[in-house]
Ligand binder design. Structure first.
Ligand SMILES: *Cc1c(COP(=O)(O)O)cnc(C)c1O
Length: 411
């Protein structure tokens, strides 16, 4: 948008996005190197990326896939989730978490969240277990690891598989009792989309200590062929056998080269995300009606999103109005997420409706994701704070509609 069209109350000329990748010249060099090599896909750089990723998260196996959604789908396939089965997923997540269950012909059962962290509530998960339940998918919402110390024994007791949707939480950990995200559940699915902790453009990863599951996923991402690229010396022969229905969910060597470059910088980015979060924490303590989510003590939060609840009474505007006002000021706030059971597809297909997960539904009315990404400067953070301060309507003012029009012009 040109400066001429800039709203009078904008505090920046261009929109500050809620998330953004950082790509270095070294990343570009690594990608170019692959482009000059023999293998653009299904080659050695994919394996190198997988090994580096597995090592990073403390898992025995890592399998690269074409997206985080493919990673979740592969996890459901590896567990042999199918028609007639139920899988418990939190209501507060990106639709892909539940979609992966539907891809396999199974039924997602939505569990509610704790209102303070927006993480799935283990007690509610337990209430929703039935004889048909096969697995639990925990989502490390905003980058905070779920309470695996409770979820793991629960899954074991009820004989269920535990999957982590770790799309937000690469680099997070739950020390000292457990460990890094990627080693906290039976299978962990990551996304490598540009807004996530590291990127390959599009991409995903599943990590696990179960060698059998890893092999199933390697077949699944390659049409269900009995050999993956690990058998590439046989390529060109006709001896591929399709043992199960699979997909083309492969990640390329080009993408994996970018992933390797990115993974090497994860620690620095995690540190920067923590600094930005701390700066928000300090500033927001002084702004009434803007409440950050709680952080469980002892966890290492990956800080993928910085989510606040806008409390309409104290803030003077509800979340919907605050969202609009902040976007007008060129602050690219987001809303993560509409609870999955409220999407028209789920209502139609599974008959879900409001009232199913009251905490998620109430949270949805109040949540706002503030911009956070490693390349964001302190000045950018201060712009967000300033925009929030200017957007807030002090309780006493309670302006008439006419005044509200004037205020909009002033910024
Ligand atoms: C991003 C995301 C996904 C899907 O990842 P893609 O790589 O975009 O397919 C799944 N679950 C959650 C919670 C996500 O944020």
């Amino acid at each position: 948008m040109s400066p001429v069209e800039l709203a009078p109350d904008a505090i920046r000329e261009t929109m500050l996005p809620y998330g953004r990748q950082s790509v270095s010249e070294e990343d570009i060099r690594l990608v170019a190197e692959v482009l000059r090599s023999d293998w653009l896909t299904t080659g050695p750089v994919v394996e190198r990326f997988e090994r580096a990723f597995a090592e990073r998260v403390g898992a025995a196996e890592a399998v690269a896939l074409s997206s985080g959604t493919a990673a979740l789908h592969a996890a459901m396939f590896a567990l042999a989730v199918g028609p007639g089965d139920e899988v418990i997923v939190p209501a507060m997540t990106f639709a892909a978490t539940a979609n992966a269950v539907v891809f396999q012909g199974a039924t997602p059962v939505f569990a509610d969240i704790s209102p303070d962290t927006l993480l799935v509530d283990p007690a509610d998960v337990e209430r929703r277990v039935t004889p048909r339940t096969r697995a639990i998918v925990a989502v490390d919402y905003a980058g905070q690891p779920c309470d695996y110390g409770q979820l793991r024994p629960l899954a074991r007791r009820r004989n269920l598989a535990l999957v982590a949707d770790a799309a937000h939480s690469l680099g997070g950990a739950d020390p000292p009792t457990t460990g890094p995200v990627g080693s906290l559940a039976d299978l962990s699915a990551f996304s490598l989309h540009p807004v996530k902790a590291i990127t390959t453009g599009e991409g995903g990863m599943v990590t696990t200590d179960d060698v059998g599951c890893a092999e199933r996923i390697r077949r699944f991402r390659n049409h269900g062929f009995s050999r993956d690229y690990r058998g590439r010396e046989a390529a060109g022969s006709w001896q591929y056998k399709m043992t199960e229905l699979g997909y083309n969910y492969r990640l390329t060597d080009i993408q994996s080269a970018l992933g390797l470059g990115q993974l090497a910088r994860l620690d620095g980015w995690m540190a920067r995300r923590s600094e930005i979060s701390a700066r928000y924490d300090r500033a927001l303590a002084g702004i009434e009606g803007v409440r950050p989510l709680a952080v469980r003590s002892g966890v290492r939060h990956a800080r993928h999103l910085y989510v606040v609840r806008i409390e309409a009474g104290a803030f003077g505007l509800d979340r919907r109005a605050a969202y609009k006002a902040l976007r007008r000021r060129r602050i690219g706030v987001g809303v993560h997420y509409l609870p999955v059971h409220l999407h028209p597809f789920y209502r139609r297909r599974f008959g879900t409706a409001p009232g199913l997960c009251p905490n998620a539904e109430a949270a949805y009315e109040e949540i706002l994701s503030l911009p956070i990404f490693p390349a964001m400067s302190d000045d950018d953070v201060d712009d967000v704070i300033r925009a929030l301060e200017r957007t807030r309507k002090p309780r006493s003012a309670d302006p008439t509609p006419l005044c509200r029009e004037r205020e909009r012009g002033r910024g």
